[in-house]
Design a protein around this ligand. Structure first.
Ligand code: C2O
Ligand code: CU
Length: 463
């Protein structure tokens, strides 16, 4: 490959210290916040019981044999994770939705060097926001995420209301053949359309798992769509539920869940009122597409707690700065298809095609010379990203490092919620307002990984 370690020295110069964590970062926390004991996340390959037919070989994970650990960390408290790479290819970790230091963002070339086989990297950051987030690699992502490296990250807030129970579900598919083994992760003709779908659907790496929750109780259900392709329309059968947070951030006005469309990278927090009668089953269902699919079941247990959804107080607030719409500058961003053939070789897994582009420029996101940023933003200023989707496909468009406020859409009435991933419909134009308060180069890409890797990627520079 064209990327030798020598080339990477340039990239690693961006990052101080032997393991990427500079003295600067450590000093910022001061002696009162000595570095916390790191969680070890060992990137490795294993066998896992996913299919009915046989154990699936070559499932990728972080430490655990099955699903990567669901990390629970505290808002405002330093967190450390040590990545050790036992895969036979490079990797990194990106902390999806967390507004943290650019050096911890996990994007090869833009923010850190690749972590080669046998090497490690120390991530250290303090999450400013509470909510439901997740973590995944940003290198050879179609394979690494497709094969299992998608873990949940829950940031807890002591100010959050207390529920009677909490269940976290990591929703995704697998592309397996009839023998239970991985088949090719994508087909080029599908990558140029909605993406290549998985064949086996799971919640927490299981087919239709069932969980217990107290009858008549209030359950906090945290959901992440960690699939590389699929967009879901989620519905809960047999219980009343309110949407309390989207993409980690509390919604300004809670609303009853009828069904909600959410895409790759997105999260949903529901307050569910379990049925009163012991043994009653509540189903989580995806009603998108021609074949509705039950993803998981919740079973009411014990005598009814007789709780009321209105008993649940508001979630703690996240300190996301409020954009100033009066002075905000517009940044037009057009998502489009492209015919340009700009296949680039890269050890982080360029797929060899370019089907998509942002502002007419296809970029797979993993080349050593990322050319120019989509826009340069001045530190501290407000901007409105004017994103247009003239394509016939839906794109979950994701921004690293900062959260935006959804201001308006040409396609639907929107609640002005705060998010990091917006599911933009065909022919929709959406205005996403953001304060450029986090310095660095931040990728902006579609979270349908085939779209990302075949060109629908760019980056925004904040300085
Ligand atoms: Cu989950 Cu670049 O993102
Ligand atoms: Cu897309």
């Amino acid at each position: 490959a064209q990327f030798s370690r020598r080339n990477l020295l340039k990239a690693s110069a961006l990052v101080a210290g032997a393991y990427g964590l500079g003295i600067g970062a450590a000093a910022r926390f001061g002696p009162a916040f000595a570095q916390p004991k790191p969680v070890l996340l060992e990137a490795r390959s294993t066998d896992a019981a996913l299919a009915e037919t046989a154990a699936t070989r070559g499932v990728m994970t972080y430490g655990n044999d099955g699903m990567p650990p669901t990390l629970r960390i505290a808002k405002g408290k330093p967190f450390a994770a040590r990545l050790e790479n036992r895969l036979d290819e490079p990797t990194t970790i990106h902390w999806h939705g967390l507004r943290i230091d650019n050096r911890m963002d996990g994007v090869p070339f833009l923010t850190q060097p690749y972590v080669y086989t046998g090497d490690g990297f120390d991530y250290l950051f303090t999450p400013p926001d509470a909510g439901t987030f997740w973590y995944h690699p940003h290198c050879n992502t179609l394979t690494q995420m497709g094969r299992g490296m998608t873990g949940m990250l829950i940031v807890e807030d002591p100010d959050d209301p207390v529920f009677d129970a909490e269940i976290a579900l990591n929703l995704r598919d697998w592309r397996l053949g009839g023998n239970g083994q991985f088949i090719e992760q994508f087909k080029a003709r599908d990558a140029a359309k909605a993406g290549t779908y998985g064949t086996l659907r799971t919640a927490n790496w299981q087919r239709e798992p069932q969980y217990d929750a107290p009858a008549g109780g209030l359950l906090r259900l945290r959901l992440v769509i960690s699939d590389v392709t699929r967009i879901y329309s989620l519905k809960l059968n047999g219980a009343e539920a309110h949407v309390i947070a989207i993409d980690g951030n509390p919604v300004p006005n809670r609303f009853a869940l009828d069904f909600l469309m959410i895409g790759p990278g997105q999260r949903l927090d529901l307050a569910v009122r379990m049925p009163d009668t012991e043994g009653t089953i509540v189903e989580l269902e995806d009603i998108r597409g021609s074949k509705p699919k039950i993803l998981a079941r919740l079973r009411a247990t014990g005598p009814s707690l007789k709780r009321d959804l209105r008993d649940i107080g508001p979630l703690g607030r996240n300190p996301v700065p409020e954009p100033d719409l009066g002075t905000a500058q517009d940044i037009p961003l057009v998502l489009s298809a492209t015919a340009e053939n700009a296949a680039v070789d890269s050890i982080c897994g360029t797929l060899g095609y370019s089907f998509w582009a942002i502002n007419k420029r296809p970029w797979p996101g993993d080349t050593a010379d990322p050319t120019a940023p989509l826009a340069e933003m001045k530190l501290g200023r407000s901007y409105v990203l004017d994103v247009a989707n003239p394509t016939p496909h839906i794109h979950p468009i994701h921004m690293h490092g900062m959260s935006f406020k959804v201001v308006s859409s040409s396609a639907r009435p929107v609640q002005q919620f705060v998010s990091d991933t917006y599911l933009i419909l065909p022919d929709e134009k959406v205005q996403l307002a953001v304060v450029a308060d986090n310095p660095g180069d931040w990728v902006f890409h579609c979270h349908i990984i085939e779209h990302q890797k075949t060109g629908m990627t760019g980056y925004l520079r904040v300085a």
